[in-house]
Design a protein around this ligand. Sequence first.
Ligand SMILES: [Zn+2]
Length: 214
Amino acid sequence: MNNNLTPTSDWRDIESKNTLLIRHDIDFSVDFAHKLALYESELGIRSTYFFMLTSNMYNLISSENQRLVKSIIKLGHKVSIHFDPTAHDTIEDFEHEKILFENIFNVDVDIVSIHRPGPFLDNNNVSLNGIPQTYSDKYFKRMKYLSDSGGRDVLPLISDYLCGDRSQGLHLLIHPIWWTSKGSSPTETLNFWRKHNSDFLTAEVRLNCKTYED
Ligand SMILES: [Zn+2]
């Protein structure tokens, strides 16, 4: 009997215990997301990238980031919204983000990931204007959920899962920052990203203001 995990980016049909949903929440860098998307594509893996429209770290609709997200779509991955409820007065404002995201990237949003869910986990089956989200029981309890949040070493947890009874499929949350940035600790890794980001901004300043001297 074939019991290999099968990666999928289709969040509607996850009943098989061999289902592998690889989810990427993009909290810091669209560029790092793109690097991981290229690597996964070489491995023949399709995953789902969730991006923020309200991030203080990146502008999703900058020309550079639009180009990168569209390239991720072309590689065959799914893209959707990483929604921060604290950026809005009411949760119904999700609809504004959905319309913007769907129009810019020409995709249908049918699954959402919530950024720093906190209080949401008390009522984890809530949907966002009818759109399911990744912390509902279907993905959070009826599948095995593993995450590298905060830079946690998730590899031993994956090994334990693979060696276990495998009675559930796997919902794996991977943040590209921990895999594409270099550092021996989460802080060092984040500082590497800050330097990378600062170099990009310096290049943009040069491009946009010819009197800039550095
Ligand atoms: Zn997040």
